[in-house]
Design a binder for this molecule. Structure first.
Ligand code: SF4
Length: 539
Protein backbone atom coordinates (compact mmCIF):
# COMPACT_ATOMS: atom_id res chain seq x y z
CA UNK A 1 0.00 0.00 0.00
CA UNK A 2 1.29 3.45 -0.92
CA UNK A 3 1.53 5.60 2.15
CA UNK A 4 2.27 9.27 2.44
CA UNK A 5 5.54 9.77 4.29
CA UNK A 6 6.41 12.52 6.69
CA UNK A 7 9.92 12.95 8.04
CA UNK A 8 10.76 14.65 11.30
CA UNK A 9 13.69 14.50 13.68
CA UNK A 10 11.72 13.49 16.74
CA UNK A 11 8.30 11.88 16.92
CA UNK A 12 6.50 11.68 20.25
CA UNK A 13 3.58 9.24 20.38
CA UNK A 14 1.16 10.51 23.02
CA UNK A 15 0.35 14.04 24.13
CA UNK A 16 0.13 13.33 27.84
CA UNK A 17 2.18 15.00 30.59
CA UNK A 18 5.27 12.88 29.79
CA UNK A 19 5.23 13.37 26.02
CA UNK A 20 4.52 17.09 26.15
CA UNK A 21 7.10 17.82 28.86
CA UNK A 22 9.62 15.87 26.80
CA UNK A 23 8.80 17.84 23.66
CA UNK A 24 8.88 21.25 25.37
CA UNK A 25 12.15 20.54 27.13
CA UNK A 26 13.81 19.13 24.02
CA UNK A 27 12.72 22.17 21.97
CA UNK A 28 14.19 24.49 24.61
CA UNK A 29 17.44 22.53 24.86
CA UNK A 30 17.79 22.41 21.06
CA UNK A 31 17.30 26.15 20.82
CA UNK A 32 19.93 26.78 23.49
CA UNK A 33 22.34 24.48 21.64
CA UNK A 34 21.56 26.05 18.23
CA UNK A 35 20.31 22.70 16.97
CA UNK A 36 17.38 22.64 14.58
CA UNK A 37 15.05 19.81 15.42
CA UNK A 38 11.62 19.16 13.91
CA UNK A 39 9.56 17.73 16.78
CA UNK A 40 6.10 16.27 16.22
CA UNK A 41 3.68 15.01 18.89
CA UNK A 42 0.77 12.74 17.90
CA UNK A 43 -2.24 11.86 20.01
CA UNK A 44 -5.14 9.50 19.33
CA UNK A 45 -7.64 11.85 21.00
CA UNK A 46 -9.42 14.12 18.57
CA UNK A 47 -9.01 17.01 20.97
CA UNK A 48 -5.99 17.25 23.25
CA UNK A 49 -6.65 16.10 26.78
CA UNK A 50 -9.84 14.18 25.96
CA UNK A 51 -8.27 10.81 26.74
CA UNK A 52 -6.56 11.99 29.91
CA UNK A 53 -7.78 10.75 33.26
CA UNK A 54 -6.12 11.00 36.62
CA UNK A 55 -7.14 11.72 40.25
CA UNK A 56 -5.34 14.06 40.41
CA UNK A 57 -3.27 15.64 43.15
CA UNK A 58 -0.09 16.87 41.52
CA UNK A 59 3.23 17.07 43.30
CA UNK A 60 4.40 20.22 41.50
CA UNK A 61 8.12 19.45 41.68
CA UNK A 62 8.63 18.64 37.99
CA UNK A 63 6.40 21.35 36.58
CA UNK A 64 8.15 23.94 38.80
CA UNK A 65 11.50 22.81 37.39
CA UNK A 66 10.16 23.67 33.95
CA UNK A 67 8.11 26.71 34.89
CA UNK A 68 9.17 28.15 38.27
CA UNK A 69 6.24 30.57 37.99
CA UNK A 70 3.75 28.05 36.62
CA UNK A 71 0.91 29.30 38.83
CA UNK A 72 1.45 32.90 37.71
CA UNK A 73 1.59 31.71 34.10
CA UNK A 74 -1.89 30.25 34.34
CA UNK A 75 -1.10 26.60 35.04
CA UNK A 76 -4.56 25.11 35.65
CA UNK A 77 -4.57 24.55 39.41
CA UNK A 78 -8.10 23.68 40.48
CA UNK A 79 -7.28 24.07 44.16
CA UNK A 80 -4.23 24.10 46.41
CA UNK A 81 -4.45 21.41 49.07
CA UNK A 82 -5.70 22.91 52.36
CA UNK A 83 -6.58 19.80 54.32
CA UNK A 84 -5.70 16.14 54.05
CA UNK A 85 -6.53 12.97 55.93
CA UNK A 86 -6.59 9.23 55.58
CA UNK A 87 -9.95 7.66 56.37
CA UNK A 88 -9.91 4.05 57.46
CA UNK A 89 -13.35 2.68 56.61
CA UNK A 90 -15.15 -0.04 58.51
CA UNK A 91 -18.47 -1.31 57.22
CA UNK A 92 -20.48 1.25 59.14
CA UNK A 93 -17.94 3.67 60.49
CA UNK A 94 -14.52 5.14 59.99
CA UNK A 95 -11.42 6.43 61.75
CA UNK A 96 -9.86 9.65 60.52
CA UNK A 97 -6.05 9.74 60.54
CA UNK A 98 -4.98 13.37 60.43
CA UNK A 99 -1.80 15.27 61.15
CA UNK A 100 0.76 13.07 62.89
CA UNK A 101 -1.36 9.95 62.45
CA UNK A 102 -1.82 10.40 58.69
CA UNK A 103 0.62 8.07 56.85
CA UNK A 104 3.32 10.28 55.27
CA UNK A 105 2.58 9.13 51.73
CA UNK A 106 -0.93 10.56 52.04
CA UNK A 107 0.17 14.01 53.23
CA UNK A 108 -0.49 16.47 50.46
CA UNK A 109 0.17 19.97 51.76
CA UNK A 110 1.99 21.90 49.04
CA UNK A 111 0.39 19.84 46.28
CA UNK A 112 -2.17 20.97 43.73
CA UNK A 113 -5.49 19.43 42.77
CA UNK A 114 -5.61 19.41 38.97
CA UNK A 115 -7.44 17.91 36.04
CA UNK A 116 -5.09 15.92 33.78
CA UNK A 117 -7.12 17.02 30.76
CA UNK A 118 -6.61 20.70 31.63
CA UNK A 119 -2.90 20.19 32.37
CA UNK A 120 -2.43 18.63 28.95
CA UNK A 121 -4.25 21.46 27.19
CA UNK A 122 -1.95 23.98 28.96
CA UNK A 123 1.20 22.02 28.15
CA UNK A 124 0.14 21.65 24.51
CA UNK A 125 -0.08 25.43 24.19
CA UNK A 126 3.40 25.74 25.67
CA UNK A 127 4.70 23.08 23.29
CA UNK A 128 3.30 24.85 20.26
CA UNK A 129 4.75 28.14 21.47
CA UNK A 130 8.14 26.39 21.68
CA UNK A 131 7.86 25.35 18.02
CA UNK A 132 6.62 21.78 18.50
CA UNK A 133 3.95 20.49 16.08
CA UNK A 134 1.09 18.78 17.93
CA UNK A 135 -1.38 16.68 15.88
CA UNK A 136 -4.46 15.42 17.73
CA UNK A 137 -6.58 12.70 16.10
CA UNK A 138 -3.67 10.56 14.91
CA UNK A 139 -3.30 7.16 16.54
CA UNK A 140 -0.09 5.23 15.95
CA UNK A 141 -0.83 1.70 14.72
CA UNK A 142 2.60 0.13 14.40
CA UNK A 143 6.30 0.70 14.83
CA UNK A 144 8.58 1.05 11.80
CA UNK A 145 12.02 -0.52 12.02
CA UNK A 146 15.00 -0.46 9.68
CA UNK A 147 16.93 -3.55 8.61
CA UNK A 148 19.08 -3.47 11.73
CA UNK A 149 16.02 -3.38 13.96
CA UNK A 150 16.33 0.29 14.94
CA UNK A 151 13.02 2.07 15.43
CA UNK A 152 12.58 4.65 12.66
CA UNK A 153 9.03 5.90 13.24
CA UNK A 154 5.45 4.70 13.16
CA UNK A 155 2.55 4.08 10.83
CA UNK A 156 -0.63 5.85 11.78
CA UNK A 157 -4.01 4.12 11.79
CA UNK A 158 -5.72 3.67 8.40
CA UNK A 159 -8.91 5.69 8.16
CA UNK A 160 -12.09 4.64 6.37
CA UNK A 161 -12.36 0.87 6.72
CA UNK A 162 -15.70 -0.73 7.47
CA UNK A 163 -16.45 -3.31 10.17
CA UNK A 164 -15.14 -6.14 8.03
CA UNK A 165 -11.90 -4.28 7.32
CA UNK A 166 -12.83 -3.47 3.71
CA UNK A 167 -12.01 -0.02 2.34
CA UNK A 168 -14.90 2.44 2.24
CA UNK A 169 -15.05 5.24 -0.37
CA UNK A 170 -13.55 7.54 2.27
CA UNK A 171 -10.52 5.26 2.79
CA UNK A 172 -7.19 6.96 3.56
CA UNK A 173 -4.15 4.83 4.31
CA UNK A 174 -2.29 5.76 7.47
CA UNK A 175 0.87 7.81 7.07
CA UNK A 176 4.40 6.63 7.63
CA UNK A 177 6.01 9.10 9.97
CA UNK A 178 9.75 8.59 9.93
CA UNK A 179 11.89 9.97 12.72
CA UNK A 180 15.45 9.79 13.99
CA UNK A 181 14.01 9.29 17.46
CA UNK A 182 10.58 7.88 18.37
CA UNK A 183 9.41 8.54 21.91
CA UNK A 184 6.76 6.15 23.19
CA UNK A 185 4.61 8.12 25.64
CA UNK A 186 1.20 6.56 24.99
CA UNK A 187 0.20 6.31 28.64
CA UNK A 188 -0.68 3.19 30.57
CA UNK A 189 -0.31 -0.17 28.73
CA UNK A 190 0.50 1.57 25.45
CA UNK A 191 -0.16 -0.65 22.48
CA UNK A 192 3.18 0.22 20.86
CA UNK A 193 4.96 0.01 24.21
CA UNK A 194 3.60 -3.51 24.77
CA UNK A 195 4.90 -4.72 21.42
CA UNK A 196 8.24 -2.98 21.79
CA UNK A 197 8.78 -4.44 25.28
CA UNK A 198 8.00 -7.93 23.98
CA UNK A 199 9.96 -7.70 20.76
CA UNK A 200 13.09 -6.14 22.24
CA UNK A 201 12.85 -8.10 25.50
CA UNK A 202 12.98 -4.86 27.47
CA UNK A 203 11.55 -6.43 30.65
CA UNK A 204 14.32 -9.02 30.99
CA UNK A 205 15.81 -9.40 34.48
CA UNK A 206 13.13 -7.11 35.89
CA UNK A 207 9.91 -7.69 37.74
CA UNK A 208 6.86 -7.93 35.49
CA UNK A 209 4.70 -4.84 35.46
CA UNK A 210 1.52 -5.09 37.52
CA UNK A 211 -1.44 -2.74 37.34
CA UNK A 212 -4.38 -1.32 39.20
CA UNK A 213 -7.72 -0.20 37.80
CA UNK A 214 -8.96 3.25 38.80
CA UNK A 215 -12.65 4.07 38.47
CA UNK A 216 -13.45 7.76 38.74
CA UNK A 217 -16.55 9.92 38.96
CA UNK A 218 -16.99 13.66 39.29
CA UNK A 219 -19.93 14.78 41.38
CA UNK A 220 -21.71 18.09 41.78
CA UNK A 221 -22.46 18.26 45.51
CA UNK A 222 -24.17 20.55 48.00
CA UNK A 223 -21.28 21.10 50.41
CA UNK A 224 -18.03 22.53 49.09
CA UNK A 225 -14.84 20.66 50.03
CA UNK A 226 -12.56 22.74 47.81
CA UNK A 227 -8.91 22.04 48.63
CA UNK A 228 -9.64 18.93 50.72
CA UNK A 229 -7.86 15.66 49.98
CA UNK A 230 -9.06 12.45 51.60
CA UNK A 231 -7.79 8.99 50.87
CA UNK A 232 -9.59 5.92 52.12
CA UNK A 233 -8.47 2.41 52.99
CA UNK A 234 -10.32 -0.64 54.24
CA UNK A 235 -13.96 -1.34 53.40
CA UNK A 236 -15.29 -2.55 50.98
CA UNK A 237 -12.08 -4.39 50.13
CA UNK A 238 -11.25 -7.48 52.07
CA UNK A 239 -7.61 -8.35 52.60
CA UNK A 240 -7.30 -10.05 49.23
CA UNK A 241 -7.35 -6.90 47.12
CA UNK A 242 -4.84 -4.03 47.29
CA UNK A 243 -6.45 -0.65 46.89
CA UNK A 244 -8.32 2.31 48.26
CA UNK A 245 -10.20 5.44 47.40
CA UNK A 246 -9.77 9.16 46.93
CA UNK A 247 -12.00 12.16 47.49
CA UNK A 248 -10.64 15.46 46.20
CA UNK A 249 -12.52 18.74 46.68
CA UNK A 250 -12.72 20.80 43.49
CA UNK A 251 -14.05 24.34 43.05
CA UNK A 252 -17.73 25.00 42.24
CA UNK A 253 -19.03 22.35 44.66
CA UNK A 254 -17.51 19.51 42.69
CA UNK A 255 -15.82 16.38 44.01
CA UNK A 256 -13.42 14.06 42.22
CA UNK A 257 -13.94 10.63 43.72
CA UNK A 258 -12.35 7.38 42.70
CA UNK A 259 -11.35 3.93 43.73
CA UNK A 260 -8.19 2.09 42.65
CA UNK A 261 -7.88 -1.67 42.94
CA UNK A 262 -4.84 -3.83 42.24
CA UNK A 263 -5.30 -6.40 39.47
CA UNK A 264 -3.32 -9.13 41.19
CA UNK A 265 -6.18 -10.40 43.44
CA UNK A 266 -6.66 -13.62 41.48
CA UNK A 267 -10.47 -13.53 41.46
CA UNK A 268 -11.88 -14.06 37.95
CA UNK A 269 -15.25 -12.77 39.14
CA UNK A 270 -13.95 -9.42 40.33
CA UNK A 271 -15.87 -6.41 39.01
CA UNK A 272 -13.95 -3.14 39.48
CA UNK A 273 -16.88 -0.94 38.57
CA UNK A 274 -19.24 -2.68 40.99
CA UNK A 275 -16.72 -2.46 43.84
CA UNK A 276 -16.36 1.29 43.32
CA UNK A 277 -20.15 1.65 43.37
CA UNK A 278 -20.29 -0.33 46.62
CA UNK A 279 -17.62 1.96 48.14
CA UNK A 280 -19.94 4.93 47.58
CA UNK A 281 -22.58 3.34 49.80
CA UNK A 282 -20.38 3.73 52.88
CA UNK A 283 -21.98 6.25 55.31
CA UNK A 284 -18.94 8.56 54.99
CA UNK A 285 -19.27 8.74 51.20
CA UNK A 286 -23.05 8.71 51.26
CA UNK A 287 -23.05 11.83 53.46
CA UNK A 288 -20.65 13.68 51.15
CA UNK A 289 -22.65 12.81 48.04
CA UNK A 290 -26.13 13.27 49.55
CA UNK A 291 -28.27 15.51 47.32
CA UNK A 292 -25.53 15.59 44.68
CA UNK A 293 -25.36 14.43 41.09
CA UNK A 294 -22.80 12.34 39.25
CA UNK A 295 -21.67 14.30 36.20
CA UNK A 296 -18.61 12.51 34.76
CA UNK A 297 -17.28 8.95 34.69
CA UNK A 298 -14.08 7.32 33.52
CA UNK A 299 -11.68 4.44 34.10
CA UNK A 300 -8.00 3.84 33.57
CA UNK A 301 -5.33 1.35 34.51
CA UNK A 302 -2.28 2.48 36.48
CA UNK A 303 1.12 0.78 36.50
CA UNK A 304 1.84 -0.17 40.12
CA UNK A 305 4.99 -2.31 39.96
CA UNK A 306 7.38 0.54 40.77
CA UNK A 307 11.12 0.78 40.30
CA UNK A 308 11.89 -2.90 39.72
CA UNK A 309 9.15 -3.17 37.09
CA UNK A 310 10.52 -0.39 34.89
CA UNK A 311 11.63 -1.82 31.55
CA UNK A 312 14.78 -0.76 29.76
CA UNK A 313 13.52 2.59 28.48
CA UNK A 314 15.78 3.04 25.46
CA UNK A 315 17.11 1.32 22.38
CA UNK A 316 18.25 2.22 18.87
CA UNK A 317 15.89 4.97 17.73
CA UNK A 318 13.51 4.97 20.69
CA UNK A 319 12.83 6.09 24.24
CA UNK A 320 9.94 5.08 26.48
CA UNK A 321 8.65 7.46 29.17
CA UNK A 322 5.72 8.15 31.50
CA UNK A 323 3.05 5.55 32.26
CA UNK A 324 4.08 3.58 29.15
CA UNK A 325 7.26 2.68 31.02
CA UNK A 326 5.63 2.59 34.48
CA UNK A 327 6.87 5.79 36.16
CA UNK A 328 4.34 5.77 38.99
CA UNK A 329 4.55 5.74 42.78
CA UNK A 330 1.73 3.47 43.91
CA UNK A 331 2.46 4.09 47.60
CA UNK A 332 1.59 7.78 47.06
CA UNK A 333 -1.01 7.08 44.36
CA UNK A 334 0.83 9.62 42.21
CA UNK A 335 2.42 9.42 38.81
CA UNK A 336 1.92 12.67 36.91
CA UNK A 337 5.00 14.33 38.45
CA UNK A 338 7.11 11.24 37.64
CA UNK A 339 5.74 11.13 34.10
CA UNK A 340 6.75 14.77 33.65
CA UNK A 341 10.19 14.17 35.14
CA UNK A 342 10.77 11.15 32.91
CA UNK A 343 10.01 13.46 29.98
CA UNK A 344 12.60 16.00 31.15
CA UNK A 345 15.24 13.31 31.66
CA UNK A 346 14.40 11.83 28.28
CA UNK A 347 14.86 15.23 26.61
CA UNK A 348 18.33 15.55 28.10
CA UNK A 349 19.32 12.08 26.88
CA UNK A 350 17.74 12.70 23.48
CA UNK A 351 19.62 15.89 22.71
CA UNK A 352 22.99 14.30 23.30
CA UNK A 353 21.98 11.28 21.18
CA UNK A 354 20.75 13.42 18.26
CA UNK A 355 23.50 16.05 18.19
CA UNK A 356 26.37 16.02 15.77
CA UNK A 357 24.96 13.57 13.19
CA UNK A 358 21.94 13.07 10.93
CA UNK A 359 21.09 9.45 11.58
CA UNK A 360 18.93 7.48 13.96
CA UNK A 361 19.58 8.23 17.64
CA UNK A 362 21.80 5.35 18.76
CA UNK A 363 20.73 3.27 21.74
CA UNK A 364 24.15 3.46 23.36
CA UNK A 365 23.78 7.25 23.54
CA UNK A 366 20.15 7.13 24.66
CA UNK A 367 21.31 4.81 27.44
CA UNK A 368 22.45 7.96 29.26
CA UNK A 369 18.77 8.12 30.31
CA UNK A 370 19.55 5.47 32.95
CA UNK A 371 22.31 7.50 34.58
CA UNK A 372 20.26 10.69 34.49
CA UNK A 373 17.33 8.89 36.09
CA UNK A 374 19.50 7.29 38.77
CA UNK A 375 20.88 10.71 39.71
CA UNK A 376 17.42 12.30 39.89
CA UNK A 377 14.90 12.84 42.68
CA UNK A 378 12.49 10.62 40.72
CA UNK A 379 14.77 7.62 41.28
CA UNK A 380 15.29 8.56 44.93
CA UNK A 381 11.51 8.69 45.41
CA UNK A 382 10.91 5.32 43.73
CA UNK A 383 13.93 3.71 45.42
CA UNK A 384 12.41 4.41 48.84
CA UNK A 385 9.29 2.42 47.94
CA UNK A 386 10.92 -0.11 45.63
CA UNK A 387 9.60 -3.07 47.68
CA UNK A 388 6.37 -1.48 48.93
CA UNK A 389 3.85 -3.00 46.55
CA UNK A 390 5.35 -6.50 46.55
CA UNK A 391 4.30 -7.15 50.16
CA UNK A 392 0.62 -6.95 49.25
CA UNK A 393 0.92 -10.00 47.00
CA UNK A 394 1.36 -11.96 50.22
CA UNK A 395 -1.92 -10.78 51.68
CA UNK A 396 -3.12 -7.63 53.33
CA UNK A 397 -1.62 -8.24 56.77
CA UNK A 398 1.88 -8.98 55.50
CA UNK A 399 1.55 -6.16 52.99
CA UNK A 400 0.66 -3.68 55.72
CA UNK A 401 3.53 -4.78 57.96
CA UNK A 402 5.90 -4.55 55.00
CA UNK A 403 4.52 -1.11 54.05
CA UNK A 404 5.05 0.08 57.64
CA UNK A 405 8.65 -1.14 57.62
CA UNK A 406 9.30 0.47 54.23
CA UNK A 407 7.89 3.76 55.48
CA UNK A 408 9.64 3.76 58.88
CA UNK A 409 13.02 2.76 57.45
CA UNK A 410 12.82 5.21 54.54
CA UNK A 411 13.00 2.24 52.16
CA UNK A 412 16.05 0.60 53.74
CA UNK A 413 13.97 -2.40 54.78
CA UNK A 414 13.26 -4.78 53.19
CA UNK A 415 16.41 -4.54 51.07
CA UNK A 416 17.26 -6.41 47.90
CA UNK A 417 14.80 -6.89 45.13
CA UNK A 418 11.50 -8.50 46.09
CA UNK A 419 9.75 -10.32 43.27
CA UNK A 420 6.31 -9.81 41.82
CA UNK A 421 4.00 -12.10 39.89
CA UNK A 422 2.08 -10.85 36.85
CA UNK A 423 -1.55 -10.02 37.40
CA UNK A 424 -2.88 -12.57 34.91
CA UNK A 425 -0.78 -15.40 36.38
CA UNK A 426 -2.48 -15.07 39.73
CA UNK A 427 -6.01 -16.04 38.68
CA UNK A 428 -7.54 -18.87 40.64
CA UNK A 429 -9.56 -21.31 38.58
CA UNK A 430 -13.20 -20.67 39.41
CA UNK A 431 -16.44 -20.43 37.51
CA UNK A 432 -18.54 -19.43 40.52
CA UNK A 433 -20.73 -16.48 39.63
CA UNK A 434 -21.14 -13.64 42.12
CA UNK A 435 -24.56 -12.11 42.76
CA UNK A 436 -25.35 -9.39 40.27
CA UNK A 437 -24.97 -6.01 41.96
CA UNK A 438 -28.02 -3.79 42.21
CA UNK A 439 -27.66 -0.08 41.51
CA UNK A 440 -30.12 2.54 42.71
CA UNK A 441 -29.59 5.09 39.92
CA UNK A 442 -28.99 7.91 42.41
CA UNK A 443 -25.87 7.02 44.35
CA UNK A 444 -24.82 3.95 42.38
CA UNK A 445 -25.05 3.39 38.65
CA UNK A 446 -24.86 0.54 36.19
CA UNK A 447 -22.02 0.44 33.69
CA UNK A 448 -24.01 1.78 30.76
CA UNK A 449 -25.20 4.83 32.70
CA UNK A 450 -21.64 5.48 33.75
CA UNK A 451 -20.29 5.04 30.20
CA UNK A 452 -22.82 7.62 29.04
CA UNK A 453 -21.19 10.06 31.47
CA UNK A 454 -17.76 9.37 30.00
CA UNK A 455 -18.89 10.86 26.70
CA UNK A 456 -17.55 7.81 24.87
CA UNK A 457 -18.30 7.63 21.17
CA UNK A 458 -16.82 5.51 18.38
CA UNK A 459 -17.83 5.30 14.72
CA UNK A 460 -19.68 1.96 14.66
CA UNK A 461 -18.66 1.03 11.12
CA UNK A 462 -14.95 0.54 11.71
CA UNK A 463 -12.86 -2.56 12.47
CA UNK A 464 -13.25 -3.75 16.05
CA UNK A 465 -10.23 -2.42 17.95
CA UNK A 466 -10.48 -5.21 20.55
CA UNK A 467 -8.90 -8.11 18.77
CA UNK A 468 -9.38 -11.55 20.31
CA UNK A 469 -6.46 -13.49 18.92
CA UNK A 470 -7.98 -16.94 19.54
CA UNK A 471 -11.77 -16.77 20.01
CA UNK A 472 -12.00 -20.55 20.52
CA UNK A 473 -10.23 -20.17 23.85
CA UNK A 474 -12.99 -17.83 25.02
CA UNK A 475 -15.78 -20.33 24.39
CA UNK A 476 -13.92 -23.41 25.58
CA UNK A 477 -11.03 -23.09 28.01
CA UNK A 478 -11.87 -19.70 29.46
CA UNK A 479 -15.53 -20.60 30.04
CA UNK A 480 -14.53 -23.85 31.73
CA UNK A 481 -11.63 -22.55 33.79
CA UNK A 482 -12.48 -18.97 34.69
CA UNK A 483 -16.09 -18.31 33.67
CA UNK A 484 -15.07 -15.56 31.21
CA UNK A 485 -13.77 -12.81 33.50
CA UNK A 486 -13.91 -10.20 30.70
CA UNK A 487 -17.64 -9.76 31.35
CA UNK A 488 -16.80 -8.72 34.93
CA UNK A 489 -13.53 -6.80 34.72
CA UNK A 490 -14.42 -4.44 31.87
CA UNK A 491 -15.79 -1.26 33.49
CA UNK A 492 -17.74 -0.32 30.37
CA UNK A 493 -19.81 -3.42 29.54
CA UNK A 494 -17.89 -4.04 26.34
CA UNK A 495 -17.75 -7.83 26.72
CA UNK A 496 -21.13 -9.52 26.99
CA UNK A 497 -21.90 -13.20 26.99
CA UNK A 498 -25.17 -14.15 25.36
CA UNK A 499 -26.13 -17.79 25.04
CA UNK A 500 -22.53 -18.91 25.23
CA UNK A 501 -21.31 -16.45 22.61
CA UNK A 502 -19.13 -13.40 23.14
CA UNK A 503 -20.44 -10.06 21.95
CA UNK A 504 -17.97 -7.17 21.89
CA UNK A 505 -19.62 -3.74 22.18
CA UNK A 506 -16.46 -1.92 21.11
CA UNK A 507 -18.15 1.45 20.85
CA UNK A 508 -18.49 1.54 24.68
CA UNK A 509 -14.75 1.23 25.24
CA UNK A 510 -13.30 3.94 27.50
CA UNK A 511 -9.71 2.98 26.54
CA UNK A 512 -8.79 1.91 30.07
CA UNK A 513 -6.75 -1.11 28.79
CA UNK A 514 -7.95 -3.41 31.59
CA UNK A 515 -8.81 -6.20 29.15
CA UNK A 516 -5.40 -6.16 27.49
CA UNK A 517 -3.83 -6.77 30.91
CA UNK A 518 -6.40 -8.83 32.81
CA UNK A 519 -7.30 -11.48 30.27
CA UNK A 520 -5.95 -14.75 31.75
CA UNK A 521 -4.74 -16.12 28.40
CA UNK A 522 -3.36 -12.79 27.10
CA UNK A 523 -5.35 -13.14 23.89
CA UNK A 524 -7.06 -9.73 23.92
CA UNK A 525 -5.06 -7.21 21.95
CA UNK A 526 -6.25 -3.63 22.42
CA UNK A 527 -5.48 -1.77 19.21
CA UNK A 528 -5.87 1.91 18.48
CA UNK A 529 -9.25 2.49 16.78
CA UNK A 530 -9.65 4.70 13.72
CA UNK A 531 -11.27 7.32 15.88
CA UNK A 532 -13.34 7.84 18.98
CA UNK A 533 -12.94 7.08 22.65
CA UNK A 534 -13.96 8.86 25.81
CA UNK A 535 -14.45 12.60 26.01
CA UNK A 536 -12.85 13.36 29.34
CA UNK A 537 -13.43 16.99 30.18
CA UNK A 538 -12.19 18.06 33.59
CA UNK A 539 -11.05 14.50 34.39
FE1 SF4 B 1 -11.31 -1.02 29.15
FE2 SF4 B 1 -10.96 -3.11 27.50
FE3 SF4 B 1 -13.38 -2.51 28.45
FE4 SF4 B 1 -12.19 -0.92 26.64
S1 SF4 B 1 -12.85 -3.01 26.34
S2 SF4 B 1 -13.29 -0.27 28.48
S3 SF4 B 1 -10.07 -1.08 27.28
S4 SF4 B 1 -11.64 -3.21 29.62
Amino acid sequence: MERETLEVDVLVVGAGPAGLCFAIDLARRAENANEELAILVLDKAEELGRHQLSGAVLDPRAILEMYPHAAEEGFPIQAKVQEDAMMWLRQNGHNALRGMTCPPQFKNHGNWIVSAAEVVAWLAEKAEAAGVEVYPGFGAASILEDEQGAVVGVTTVDQGRDKSGAEKSSFQPGMEIRARLTVVAEGTRGSLAKKLIEKKDLQRDRNPQIWGVGIKEIWQVEKSLEGTVYHTGGWPLDGSVYGGGWIYGLPDHKLSIGFVMGMDHGDPNFDYHAKMQEWKTHPFLRDLLQGGKMIRYGAKTVPEGGLFSLPQCWGDGFLMIGDSAGFMNSARLKGVHLAMKSGLLGAEAALSALSGHDGVAPGNKLASFDGLFEASWAHEELWKVRNFRQGFQKGFFRGSVNAGLVTLSGGRFPGGKKLLESDHERYRKSTAVADKPVFDGELTFDKLTDVYHSGTVHEEDQPCHLVVLDPDICTSKCTEEYGNPCQHFCPASVYEWQEGALQINASNCVHCKTCDIADPYQIIDWQVPENGGPVYTGM
